[in-house]
Design a protein around this ligand. Sequence first.
Ligand code: NAG
Ligand code: NAG
Ligand code: NAG
Ligand code: NAG
Length: 779
Amino acid sequence: MGRRTHVVQAAPAAAFLLVFVQLLASWSSFAVATDPPFSCGGPSTAPFCDRKLPIDQRAGDLVSKLTLEEKISQLGDESPAVSRLGVPAYKWWSEALHGVANAGRGIHLDGPLRAATSFPQVILTAASFNPHLWYRIGQVIGTEARGVYNNGQAEGLTFWAPNINVFRDPRWGRGQETPGEDPTMTGKYAAVFVRGVQGYGISGAINSSDLEASACCKHFTAYDLENWKGVTRFAFDAKVTAQDLADTYNPPFKSCVEDGGASGIMCSYNRVNGVPTCADQNLLTKTARGDWGFNGYITSDCDAVAIIHDVQGYAKEPEDAVADVLKAGMDVNCGGYVQTHGLSAIQQGKITEKDIDRALHNLFTIRMRLGLFNGDPKYNRYGNIGADQVCKQEHQNLALQAAQDGIVLLKNDGGSLPLSKTKVSSIAVIGHNGNNATLLLGNYFGPPCISVTPLQAIQGYVKDARFVAGCNAAVCNVSNIGEAVHVASSADYVVLFMGLDQDQEREEVDRLELGLPGMQEKLINSVADAAKKPVILVLLCGGPVDVTFAKNNPKIGAIVWAGYPGQAGGIAIAQVLFGEHNPGGRLPVTWYPKEFTAVPMTDMRMRADPATGYPGRTYRFYKGKTVYSFGYGLSYSKYSHSFVSKGTKPPSMTGIDGLKAIESAAGTVSYDVEEIGAEACNKLKFPALVRVQNQGTMDGRHPVLLFLRWPNATDGRPASQLIGFQSVHLRATQTTHVEFEVSPCKHFSRAAEDGRKVIDQGSHFVGVGEDEFEMSFMA
Ligand SMILES: *[C@@H]1O[C@H](CO)[C@@H](O)[C@H](O)[C@H]1NC(C)=O
Ligand SMILES: *[C@@H]1O[C@H](CO)[C@@H](O)[C@H](O)[C@H]1NC(C)=O
Ligand SMILES: *[C@@H]1O[C@H](CO)[C@@H](O)[C@H](O)[C@H]1NC(C)=O
Ligand SMILES: *[C@@H]1O[C@H](CO)[C@@H](O)[C@H](O)[C@H]1NC(C)=O
C-alpha cells in the first residue's frame, strides 16, 4: 500500500492534531489486500456470465439454474454461496448513513482497513442546504465502499441508506438520521445522495445501469416512531390521510426513485392504515414500481416479516406472512424468516416458485449491476479503486467542510462570537459533551479516520483551557455544579457543551421531553451567573431542544447548534468559535416549545385541527409558538436578498382545452395538474432571479431559500412551502445572482384531500428573505 499523509486544516491547531492523526493512520501502512468475492472468474460459458448479454437475460439464466432449495436460501440478507455455480455468499445488509460503516454485516473494518471517513450525522449536513455537498458525500461513500470491497473486506455492496422519512415529530429518536422535516428538501437530499453513492452524475439523465455501490431509500413509508409510551414501531399502525401521504410521507421516496435512480427500497416495520408496508402490494408494486418506475430490489427492515405474524397478527401463519410479502413485491428479508418458512409456504400452496423467481430476478440483477458477475474486479469498471481511497485526505476535508457548513448560529448577542484567536488567555470548557469524540458521530457510524474532541480542538487555540464535565452524561442526574461554577468564574471565557446523546435519542428510543435533560439547565444558568462575561452554549444533539431559558438569558451570549458533527466536528466547532469559519447553516427542523409534548406522538396528522386544539406539525402546518423556526440561522455576516426577475407574465392556462375547474367545499377553484399535462406544464415554467449580497466583513457560505406562500390555509394548504434552495459562497461585500426555475405545476400545486395534485386559481406568493412577489394563476 502507498503511504498516506494526513494533514488537518485547522491552522493553529494543526500541529498537535497531527500527532493524533498520524497515530491513528499508522495501520494503513500494512493494509494488505485479499481477494474480494466475485463470480464468473473462470472460463465459464454460462449465459449468466456473458457480459455481452442484457442483464435481464443473465439474471433469468442464473435463476433458472437454481434448485428450489437454493432459491429459498437466497431470500434472506445472508445469502449463502451456491458453489456448484461459482456464486459466492452475499451479505445484503451494509450501512453507510454518513460514511461507510460496519454496522451491518457486509463491511468488515477489522482487517487491514480499520476506519472510513465519518461525515456529520445527516441532520447537520442537511443544515447546509447544499445539494452539491450532499452529492459529494454520496460519491465519497461510493468510492470508499469500493476501496473496502477491492481490499477484500466486504461481502456486499448494498447499503441501507439514506434514511428519508420526514422528521415529523421532534421526539423521534432517529430524526437525527434524516435531512429534516421538509419533504422537498428530503427528496432532494435523497436524490443527490443516491446518485453520488451509485456513481451517477449529480443531475441529468441516468445513462448507465452499472452501480458503483447500491443505495436504498428507507423506511417506506410513514415510519417515524420508535417507542413512545409503550407504542413500538413493530406494533404501530400509522393512520395516514391520502393528503398527508401525497404531500408529506411519500414525496421523498418518489424523488429518491425518480430523480435519484435508487436501486433499493426498504419497507418499514409499521403498518399504514392497517396494512404492514412490506405486505402492501399497492405501495411496493403499484406505486413504487408502477407509478415511479422503480427497478431495483426491495428489502424488509430487519425481522419485519416475522413481526407481521408474531407481533401484528396480520398473518395467521408464518407461511401467510411469507406469501403476503412476496406477493406484495418484497424481494429479500432482512432476517431468516422467509428462508425458514419459504418451503412450507410452497408446500401449502400459499406461494408458487414463480413468486420466488420474481424476487430472485431483482436480487441477482442488482448483484450483476454491481459487477459481481463479471469476473475478477481488477479488470472491471471500479476495480482500480484502492484502499488508499479510504480515509483519503480529500475525503476527510469534505467531512470537515460538511461540519463547518452545517453548524447553525442560533444566538449571538453583542457580538459574543467569534472569540479572538489572540486575546483569549484562558477558557473554561464545561459539559459532558465537550470531551467525547464518539458522541460526535451520532449513530450508524463506522470507526472514523480521526478522533478529536471539541476540548482538544479548543486547546489548539488556547493553551489554558480548563475542562469540567459538570454532569455524568447527557441524562445529568449526577452533577458537580460547584466545581463547574468555580472553574467558570476563574476563566476569561466560558464555553458549555451540552445537549443530548444516544441514551436520550436513538433507534428504539424516542424522547418524552423536549427540554435539556436532568440538571443541565441548572448547571448552565449557574455557570452563566458565575462567569465574567456572557457564556457560549454549544448544543450537541440531533433532535431539537427547547432552550427558551438560554435564548432569554442575557448572561448567555451565544448559542450554537452543532448536531452530531462527525469525525472533524470538534475542529469545525472550534473554527466557528474562533472566527476561522463563518457559520451559515440553517435549521432543517422546527424547534418546538416543551408544551408540544401534549400532542400524542402517534397522531400522524400533519395538518392542524383548530377544533380540537391539535396544532399541526412542521413549519408547513404547525400553528403554535416556536423556539426557533425552520430555516433559521445567523451568521457573522449579514446578507440581503431581492428579486431581479419575477417571471415575465403571470402563468396562464388559457388555451388548454377542456380543463375542468374543481370547486372545493371552502369555495376554492382549482385544476388537476395531471390534466394540465407535461407539455403545458413545461410551458408554464419561468425563471426567478435573486440578487444576494454579503453585506458583512467576513466571507461566508450562505443558503438562499425560496418559499411559496398561499393567501390562506383553507383546504389544508400549507402556510408556506420550500420550493427551491441553493448555497452560495460570497466574499465580504460581494454580490451574486442566483437563478431558480419555478414550475407552477410542481411548485404552486398542493395535495387535495384525495391526494390529487391541484393548482388553485388566484394568488400565489414567491418569497426569498424579506422580498416577495405575487403571481396570479388564471385559467
Ligand atoms: C453518462 O453521462 C456523463 C455525463 O453526465 C458522461 O460523463 C458519461 O460518460 C456517460 N456515461 C455513459 C455510459 O454514457
Ligand atoms: C461518549 O459518548 C458515547 C456515545 O454517546 C457513550 O457511549 C460513551 O459512554 C461516552 N463516553 C464517556 C466517557 O462519557
Ligand atoms: C441516572 O439515570 C440513568 C439512566 O436513566 C440511570 O440508569 C441511573 O441509575 C441514574 N442515576 C442516578 C444516580 O439517579
Ligand atoms: C383562500 O385562498 C383561495 C386560493 O387563492 C381562494 O380561492 C379562497 O377564496 C380563499 N379563502 C378565503 C376564506 O380567503
